[in-house]
Design a protein around this ligand. Structure first.
Ligand SMILES: *Cc1c(COP(=O)(O)O)cnc(C)c1O
Length: 395
């Protein structure tokens, strides 16, 4: 007799994954996240992390983490509303507000939590949330937690956005337009000036998730809002502390009013323990480093430009990225996965991304160049791309 505890219904679904050829084991990293790593026991050049600035294993961040542990311990002890709100959490929030050139910044345990908490806290039944179709999964989930209605426009289609705004203005109380700042699969930037203009025309609020723009775009990585000079015109400016900043966490920068409301109603901070001191100590150093110098962001863009140019010259299709995210579009799904596997066999790790994450027939390997890569490492990666590209008849 089969028992319910055998989870047979999941075994069947897992078998389906195997039949479809998409079952996989998680790759295992045996070193810090850095330019060259041990992956599944082999030394490879890492072109697959979001550690844009090389901060994840930076000595200054590690020192900040260790000092915070010495003073504050390993854990914060409670949610922020009880007694888990340490002075370093507030110090980090002030620093983030200054960095982002906004009145205030509200700290969460992750970028995902930030979207899960903020969207539902600032919308309610009778409102509408209007979203770009390519927005991140955490925005989709955050939107599902809200009682507001939903509208979706085609990727970066401003006519489509305006049509929904026009139709919604009299039907709903508040309108919230949400977009990624940088779209992670193609590396294109949201049309933020146009979005802000439309928002102002139809009296809508704006919400930019700058997970891939934080630490990358704008002056010393201040983000997409800074890149376009739109300070004071975007209501909710979300950043992660887990990608370019190299640690973990998320925040929303905006007005003092926003801060006050979220400190009463953001569920991830009411019901989940605050960031550990080590993370906060490390992040504070990272933000200080960005405020002191553009050295890291400059090197990131230089490395990304160098790599992109070399791949383009070889004849690879690197799409229409405007940021260091460098997709190399292969097309067919199985060919994309084979390309990625052959790169790995030759010592370069770049993850393959295929349907349903990207449209059918637009499979790609997504290269994430960082400030920490040396020219030698990038040259070696280009050599391997050329080798495998010729072997597979892509070039
Ligand atoms: C990665 C990502 C997140 C999640 O951030 P974490 O800090 O890793 O939880 C949210 N939004 C976007 C657009 C992202 O790319």
């Amino acid at each position: 007799m089969s028992s319910v505890h055998e989870l047979d219904f999941l075994k069947e679904k897992i078998q389906e994954l195997k039949d479809q050829g998409v079952y996989r084991k998680l790759p295992v990293l045996g070193t810090a996240s850095q330019a060259e790593v041990i992956l599944n026991g082999n030394k490879v050049i890492n072109l697959s992390s979001n550690n844009y600035l090389g901060f994840a294993n930076h000595p200054r961040l590690k020192k900040g983490a260790i000092e915070a542990i010495e003073k504050y311990g390993a854990g914060s002890g409670a949610v922020r509303t009880i007694i888990g709100n340490m002075d370093i959490h507030e110090e980090l929030e002030s620093l983030l507000a200054e960095f982002k050139r906004e009145e205030a910044a509200f700290l969460y345990q992750s970028g995902f939590n930030c979207n899960a908490g903020t969207i539902q806290a600032v919308t309610e039944a009778g409102d509408i949330i209007i979203s770009d179709e390519l927005n991140h999964a955490s925005i989709i989930d955050g939107t599902r937690l809200s009682k507001a209605a939903r509208g979706i426009y085609k990727h970066s289609d401003m006519d489509g956005l305006e049509a929904i705004l026009k139709e919604s203005r009299d039907k709903y109380k508040n309108i919230l337009i949400i977009t990624d700042g940088v779209f992670s699969m193609d590396g294109d930037i949201a049309k933020l000036p146009e979005i802000v203009q439309l928002a102002e025309k139809y009296e809508a609020m704006t919400y930019v998730d700058d997970a891939h723009g934080s630490g990358v775009l704008g002056e010393s990585g201040r983000g997409t809002v800074d890149h376009f000079g739109l300070h004071g015109r975007v209501d909710f400016s979300i950043g992660t502390l887990s990608k370019a900043i190299g640690v973990v966490g998320g925040y929303v920068a905006g007005s003092q009013t926003m801060y006050e409301w979220l400190s009463h109603r953001a569920r991830p901070i009411l019901f989940s323990t605050s960031l550990p001191p080590a993370a906060v100590g490390a992040i504070i150093e990272a933000i200080k480093m960005l405020m002191e110098s553009t050295e890291y962001t400059d090197r990131l863009w230089e490395n990304a430009g160098y790599f992109k140019e070399k791949l383009g010259k070889l004849g690879f299709n690197t799409g229409h990225s405007e940021t260091p995210i460098t997709p190399v579009i292969i097309g067919e799904e199985s060919k994309t996965m084979e390309f990625s596997k052959k790169l790995l066999d030759n010592g370069v790790y770049v993850s393959g991304i295929v349907f349903p994450t990207v449209p059918k027939g637009s499979g790609r390997v997504r290269c994430m160049v960082t400030a920490a890569h040396t020219k030698d490492q990038l040259d070696e990666a280009v050599r391997v791309f050329e080798l495998v590209g010729k072997e597979m008849g892509i070039l």
